[in-house]
Design a protein around this ligand. Structure first.
Ligand code: SAM
Length: 216
């Protein structure tokens, strides 16, 4: 199983539930991508972030890795001619190894880590930190438990539980609960250096620096 089954309805479902808010969250750090030289997109899905990235300018080499062939197909079709600037790689992150010389200075992982359980996230973070060029960073956008009154917290928990159940049943994701992503990143030695949250904390997007020793 994987995201092939839901690829075509993914964007429509998202718009129905969240309107344009998740796309705003994906693009929260777009300015940093414009200045980057090599960008690695992890599980970028149907390419809405890639489209925004290409429209924003910049001249980075872009590599988009996704385990879903259907998602990659939609992404390629979405960006059309501009796809010439992008390499698409059909692979799971577990099997992926960047080719020699491709050391990204910016990695994007939007709504990607929520698919995994804690052990898988820890393993992935360790590998990603080894790929990033000195001085590089990773932008992580994901769901989080919202702050605020009981109603906001409860409705956030219910919405997240429904989404995880839906993707477990349709795409076979391993996550059974929302991971404490910030905790796992910190545990792995990553440092948060800029962040924004949306929908009172239900979604957050932050720039993370890899463990010390991985940057200059
Ligand atoms: C929840 S979707 C997020 C898509 C997109 N990044 C977004 O912002 O909407 C997760 C994406 O990660 C991909 N994915 C899931 N598990 C993966 C894995 N182990 N390796 C690579 N990609 C994976 C899926 O195919 C899907 O495109």
């Amino acid at each position: 199983m994987g995201f092939d089954r839901v690829a075509r309805v993914y964007c429509g479902l998202e718009r129905l539930v969240f309107g344009g808010r998740l796309q705003r969250a994906r693009c929260a750090h777009l300015g940093r991508f414009v200045a980057a030289r090599k960008i690695l997109l992890l599980g970028d899905g149907d390419g809405r972030f890639l489209e925004a990235l290409l429209a924003a300018g910049g001249s980075a080499e872009i590599l988009s890795v996704d385990a879903s062939a259907q998602m990659l197909k939609l992404s390629r079709a979405r960006v059309g001619d501009a796809a010439g600037r992008v390499r698409f790689c059909h692979s799971s992150i577990e099997d992926f190894e960047p080719a020699d010389g491709f050391r990204p200075d910016l990695v994007a992982a939007h709504f990607f880590f929520d698919c995994f359980d804690d052990a898988e996230i820890v393993a992935a973070l360790r590998r990603i930190s080894g790929w990033i060029a000195p001085g590089g960073a990773m932008v992580v956008t994901d769901f989080a438990l919202p702050e605020g009154g009981w109603w906001r917290r409860l409705s956030g928990r219910v919405l997240i539980a429904i989404m995880l159940t839906f993707f477990r049943m349709t795409a076979g994701i391993s996550a059974r609960r929302l991971p404490d992503l910030q905790g796992l990143l910190r545990f792995g030695g990553w440092r948060r250096c800029a962040g924004t949250s949306f929908r009172r904390g239900l979604v957050s997007s932050a720039l993370w620096l890899p463990p010390v020793g991985k940057d200059p």
